[in-house]
Design a protein around this ligand. Structure first.
Ligand code: UD1
Length: 351
């Protein structure tokens, strides 16, 4: 087994995937410029796995610096590309920042993949590529609608760039479309570290539960759903991580049926915002201070996955329930509260 380069290794899904890869015997290096991530998270990954993890503090938008990583690591056999900006609202306010960062980093990386003949490439995509779907659950063949944000367009374009790249190169690629990743590693040692006020639902819930936020808002209660709030498919981050390891193994075993394959990663179950809140209240015993508010611009009404393809082809099966997601996210929030230095530090030691 060669070495796996994980981009965005200090991020939420990247760090959980590094743990999964190391646990499965892979040798891993990370590249992360830490512009939106905290390097301390890798110390946590080291504690869990008992292995040292090297991070290159490099911006993938800088081609020469990116190239140098490949020169130094001639045995890279696969890449998992997470590094990207992901705040939907911010992408609406600063679209060029998103197009430049998310797409030029991808192109630079693929140029290196070509130059160094890297055989396997896995891309972090998103259910956002489906836009506001007419029929749910969505399958991988559901035709994408216009994206709801520049962030969504960077994922649609990113997929297209990889499809075209795969057609013209010897590299085999996989596009993984995540639904709503949430929860934290069951050890409580690593989890999500949102910068500033969290935009995503589960960190908003746990930060309100702990009192870091005074209250939270349910964005919209007049949607045509069973309780009026939006429906999403919350999938545990460790289940997402597991799918990356399985994707690499699948490519390494030469099982792929095309140069670029796509898989949905969701549980297949649609959950409303209010149901998610009630699941949190049940597992934590905390009464959440929330208000019913107006719709958030750009939100799709309802989306959840048909995950048959990942189950049958990758042999993937989500192991964690919604309650597990809430319990592990809450456990992590309690840990951050107990150790404020972890939350505030940019480079501190994880005790
Ligand atoms: C969206 C994308 C997802 C992408 C993610 C990146 C879609 C369908 N999903 O996730 O692919 O990876 O952005 O950030 O495009 N909510 C509240 N109160 C809050 C926060 C959220 O009610 O304080 C609600 C939202 O209105 C939404 C649900 O919770 O209905 C989930 O929101 P969020 O966690 O932000 O994820 P998405 O917007 O679904």
């Amino acid at each position: 087994m060669g070495k796996i380069l994980v981009t965005g290794g200090c991020g939420y899904i990247g760090s959980h995937t590094i743990v999964d890869l190391l646990t499965n015997g892979y040798d891993v290096i990370s590249v992360d410029n830490n512009s939106r991530s905290n390097p301390v998270i890798l110390k946590g990954a080291e504690v869990i796995t008992g292995k040292k993890i090297k991070n290159y503090k490099v911006d993938l938008c800088n081609y020469d610096d990116t190239f140098a990583i490949f020169q130094e690591n001639e045995d890279i056999s696969g890449i998992i590309h997470f590094a990207a900006f992901k705040a939907v609202g911010e992408s609406v306010a600063t679209p060029l920042l998103y197009f430049e960062n998310n797409l030029s980093s991808l192109v630079n990386l693929l140029k290196c993949v070509q130059e160094f003949h890297i055989p396997h490439f896995v891309f972090s995509s998103s259910c956002t590529v489906y836009g506001n779907p007419d029929i749910i659950p969505v399958t991988e063949t559901t035709l994408p609608k216009p994206a709801e944000s520049p962030y969504g367009y960077t994922k649609q374009m990113g997929e297209q760039i990889i499809v075209e790249f795969a057609r013209s190169s010897a590299t085999n690629c996989i596009l993984l479309r995540y639904f709503n990743p949430a929860g934290a590693h069951p050890s409580g040692i690593i989890g999500e570290m949102p910068l500033g006020k969290p935009q995503n639902l589960v960190p908003a819930i746990t930060q309100t539960g702990i009192g870091r936020l005074p209250k939270m808002m349910v964005f919209g209660t007049d949607y045509p759903t069973r309780d009026g709030s939006c429906v999403r498919d919350y999938i545990h981050v460790s289940d997402i991580a597991d799918a990356h390891t399985l994707s690499l193994k699948y490519l390494e075993e030469g099982m792929n049926m095309g140069r670029c394959e796509v898989f949905n990663l969701g549980t297949g179950e649609g959950i409303t915002v209010l149901e998610a809140i009630h699941a949190f209240e049940k597992v934590s015993g905390v009464k959440l201070n929330y208000e019913l508010g107006p719709r958030r611009p750009g939100d799709v009404v309802a989306i959840y996955a048909n995950n048959d393809k990942a189950r049958s082809i990758l042999g993937w099966k989500p192991k964690y329930s919604l309650e597990d997601i809430m319990a592990t996210a809450w456990n992590w929030e309690l840990r951050l509260k107990a150790d404020e230095t972890v939350f505030n530090s940019q480079a501190g030691e994880l005790n």
